[in-house]
Design a binder for this molecule. Structure first.
Ligand SMILES: [Zn+2]
Length: 264
């Protein structure tokens, strides 16, 4: 099944946090942009709902016989999941094997991409594209940002005659996501952590305190004695670990990596 993320919806910030928990795939060298054409903006005056996305899944599965679909659908301000970002999707014959597919709500052969709701949708798409490229470790350029119509095997105009590559690349460069901001880069550690031991929370890369300190050679008993929660927050000895939190799922206390580097 390739519809793992149907029913999930994110803001760009939420998507960034999710990607921080996922290992990037080794098959992907680009993001491919599409427009939905039908439905158009006029047909979705309030953007997508969860039911709309389920209906699209049903169309792909039952009418087209597809085992998967594009990875993401974008409307004015939200990102709707379809298939797992780590797995190959189905959206453009020549690009499925190497590219993450994003569908932008609207018909940009006929509707404006540069004003009103069309512009909002494209700004949201640019933010999502920027985050995905940052996750993949790729720059944004004409080779990493593909349009469906770049596929020699299609005669479609997708993502619409009113959308030019240079304009989209400029939007990506200006996108709010700040994916290339140094604050969003993982801090360098002198020990190695698994990708599941990094989480992007509250605008900072966080790691499990105990796992990190054990790797730095701090004894378990010392960690247990010094890691404390007070009304002011988590402390290690008398250092306040600003931004630290207890996570029930992992049953561990996490803290921003930058707070821990100088502890020992
Ligand atoms: Zn397309």
């Amino acid at each position: 099944m390739g519809f793992e993320n149907v029913g999930k919806v994110w803001t760009p910030q939420g998507l960034q946090e999710l990607l921080g928990t996922l290992t990037k795939p080794d098959w992907c060298d680009s993001v491919t942009l599409h427009h939905t054409a039908a439905p158009s903006l006029a047909q979705r005056p309030d953007g997508f709902t969860a039911q709309h996305i389920k209906n699209i899944q049903s169309f792909y599965q039952n009418q087209l016989g597809w085992s998967s679909g594009p990875h993401l659908f974008v409307d004015d301000d939200q990102l709707w999941g379809m298939c797992d970002f780590r797995r190959k999707g189905i959206h453009a014959v020549s690009f499925n094997k190497r590219s993450i597919g994003i569908e932008v709500l609207g018909d940009y052969d006929n509707e404006s991409a540069k004003t009103g709701r069309g512009f909002d949708c494209w700004k949201t798409a640019a933010a999502a594209t920027k985050l995905l490229l940052a996750w993949l470790g790729l720059p944004a350029n004409a080779k990493t940002v593909l349009f469906h119509r770049d596929d020699p095997k299609t005669s479609k105009t997708c993502p619409g005659k009113k959308v030019e590559k240079d304009w989209v690349l400029d939007l990506i460069a200006k996108a709010d996501a700040e994916a290339d901001d140094t604050a969003h880069a993982k801090p360098a550690l002198d020990v190695t952590l698994k990708s599941t031991e990094w989480r992007f929370v509250g605008e900072r890369w966080c790691i499990p305190v105990r796992v990190y300190l054990l790797k730095r050679g701090v004894a378990d008993a010392e960690i247990a004695a010094k890691l404390k929660k007070t009304p002011a927050g988590f402390h290690f000895d008398d250092e306040l670990l600003e931004g630290a939190f207890y996570d029930k799922d992992s049953a561990m206390t996490w803290a921003p990596a930058r707070e821990l580097i100088d502890l020992v």
